[in-house]
Design a protein around this ligand. Structure first.
Ligand code: PEP
Ligand code: MG
Length: 581
């Protein structure tokens, strides 16, 4: 058995044979033409065809994955019309008197190369879109007559090429999706699809019924393809160092989306274990699926809102699949941790906006940078602290480096024009910090106003995760719009037990009466001031605590998305005496 570890895009267990997909790229040689005008017309016709296909893909993706994901194809449509891209292609055709295929390939290489050089991850990811749309134009050029479609074949890349609006699938040529090649090689059995990488077009057209799991060697959790893969509700991994050769092709494998691993040629004992686990998970999952769309309300009528914690944008699909009523905690620090330099305002804005739009009007609470302690960011300066958990972490670091804080706030305010964004400040210990934050946000808003930017009126709340904040929560409650109780840190600070240290688990006890009393006190102070209080630490999803938290009057619980439906089931089975408030 060989094990390869990648990054999780979507969870679950899949068992089956691996099928390696190799995209066949068209290598266009510079073929000379005498009719340059005719060649330009051919390019225009191919572009029109590509635009038609992209519109059809948008319409096809919309009901399956929602507006934010489907919009990827409208974005690609705009790329095909990009002035610079078009000038580049036309210039090559005219000056070198060559076929459009060569010019489109050159443009794809040039513009995707330029994008890949950029610092901003989000823009770098767009290189895949440029290549994707160029392949589509190439295929339309290769198919000759625009709009010619293959007769209703079914392949792994979609119910049928004609349905998806992809021409030329049956011509045996290596078209945009390697069409004919894939159809010929594909067996009937559903497979674990392994590939170097998948483009958004390829991913959107995968037939859910023939895919057990997706594993790619490249690609990031931020890529459009990963987001689309997540919406398919099959286990999916990216960045997996899987050799795409005979040692894996056709071999039996287990994909564990939750741990981010693929096990190739598993031994009998492990296979039996995973098969049993899969059966159990499936049976339970089926029961939970029926709870989607239902309210989280006890038999006695006590209603509570269940939100998701989000660490990576790639987890958005899981958030939606698990019917979260919103995002209660987006840990924005992960945007800063997975790179070598600070994310820019524009880059952050695009990500926050994407999350807000994907949640379609449901609340999205984004926590400002909470670095320090266990989340260290090398490029911000290796300041060694004796006790990092008691050091310059969370809001303290932001107030000490206001230029970093301001950039993030600008991005957050700007994104708040696109959805129901709330801003959450971590590690608060004093009223002074809240007042300082208010001054900075007022300056940021004045600046944005002057520069003509629009924003919504995001709610602004604080984390109650230090005993100090809990004890002065009556005063703090009058200064903010909401509380989010961070029981993970509250427990470590109240009980003086490092949350990272397994030797202290005996002492690190979120059920400790001191913690429960603090939660009750914070909720009561919040309600007295007319604001809401939620819990976003892990104990919010602890079945043994939920009834007690409800009885205290907690308004919201935010948790890993996979826990939501199980907690909904638990709440719906509770009766009045457990949850009176
Ligand atoms: C917490 O402390 O409970 C919390 C939710 O924040 P984090 O786990 O990110 O520190
Ligand atoms: Mg915390």
């Amino acid at each position: 058995m060989r094990v390869y570890e990648g990054k999780r895009v979507s969870g679950g267990i899949a068992i089956g044979r691996i099928w390696v997909y190799r995209r066949q790229e068209q290598q266009a040689e510079p073929v000379k033409v005498s009719d340059v005008q005719g060649e330009l017309l051919r390019f225009e016709a191919a572009k029109a065809e590509a635009a038609r296909q992209l519109l059809s893909l948008y319409e096809k993706t919309l009901p399956k994955a929602g507006e934010a994901e489907a919009a990827i194809f409208m974005g690609q449509r705009m790329l095909a019309e990009d002035l610079e891209y078009n000038d580049f292609v036309k210039n090559i055709v005219c000056t070198r008197k060559v076929q459009a295929e060569y010019a489109v390939n050159a443009a794809a290489e040039y513009f995707s190369g330029k994008l890949e050089e950029l610092d901003e991850t989000y823009l770098r990811e767009r290189a895949a879109d440029v290549r994707d749309v160029s392949r589509r134009i190439l295929a339309a050029l290769g198919s000759g007559a625009a709009g010619e479609e293959a007769p209703g074949q079914t392949g792994i890349l979609g119910g049928s090429f004609s349905q998806a609006g992809i021409p030329g699938g049956s011509s045996g040529q290596t078209g945009i999706l390697g069409g004919g090649v894939i159809l010929a090689r594909m067996g009937e059995e559903p497979v674990i699809l392994a590939a170097e990488e998948l483009s958004p077009s390829e991913t959107a057209q995968l037939d859910r019924n023939r895919i057990l799991a997706l594993v790619t060697v490249h690609g990031s959790q931020y890529s459009h393809a990963a987001i689309l893969a997540g919406t398919m509700a099959v286990p999916a991994l990216v960045g997996t160092p899987l050799p795409l050769d005979h040692t894996v092709d056709g071999k039996l494998a287990v994909v564990d989306g939750d741990s981010g691993r693929i096990y190739v040629e598993p031994d009998a004992e492990f296979l039996a274990e995973m098969t049993a686990l899969k059966q159990k998970t499936l049976a339970d999952r089926k029961e939970l699926e029926d709870l989607k769309g239902l309210e989280t309300v006890t038999r006695g009528g006590r209603r509570i809102r269940l939100y998701a914690n989000l660490n990576q944008i790639g987890e958005l699909a899981a958030v939606r699949q698990n019917d979260a009523e919103g995002i209660g905690l987006f840990r924005s620090e992960f945007l800063y941790l997975e790179r070598e330099d600070l994310p820019t305002e524009e880059e952050q804005f695009l990500i926050y906006r994407q999350v807000a739009e994907a949640m379609e009007g449901r609340p999205v609470v984004i926590r400002t940078l909470d670095l320090g302690a266990d989340k260290q960011c090398g490029y911000l300066g290796p300041e060694q602290e004796e006790n990092p958990a008691l050091g310059l972490r969370g809001i303290r670091m932001c107030l000490a480096r206001p230029e970093i804080f301001r950039t993030q706030l600008r991005a957050l305010f700007r994104a708040s024009a696109y959805g129901k964004i709330g801003i959450l400040y971590p590690m608060i210990t004093s009223v002074g910090e809240v007042e300082r934050i208010r001054e900075i946000t007022a300056q940021v808003k004045a600046e944005l106003r002057e520069q003509g930017f629009a924003w919504g009126e995001p709610e602004q709340g604080i984390m109650i995760e230090t005993p100090a904040a809990a004890l002065i929560s009556d005063v703090l409650a009058r200064k903010v719009d909401f509380f989010s109780i961070g029981t993970n840190d509250l427990t470590q600070y109240a009980l003086a037990a490092d949350r990272q240290d397994p030797n202290l688990w005996e002492y690190y006890d979120p059920h400790h009466p001191a913690i429960l009393r603090m939660i009750a006190m914070v909720v009561e102070n919040a309600h007295k001031a007319g604001i809401r209080a939620g819990i976003c630490g892990e104990p919010g999803a602890d079945p043994a605590l939920v009834a007690e938290l409800l009885a205290m009057g907690v308004d919201e619980l935010s948790m890993p998305p996979e826990r939501i439906l199980a907690i909904r089931r638990l709440v719906r089975e509770m009766d009045k005496k457990n949850t009176a408030k």
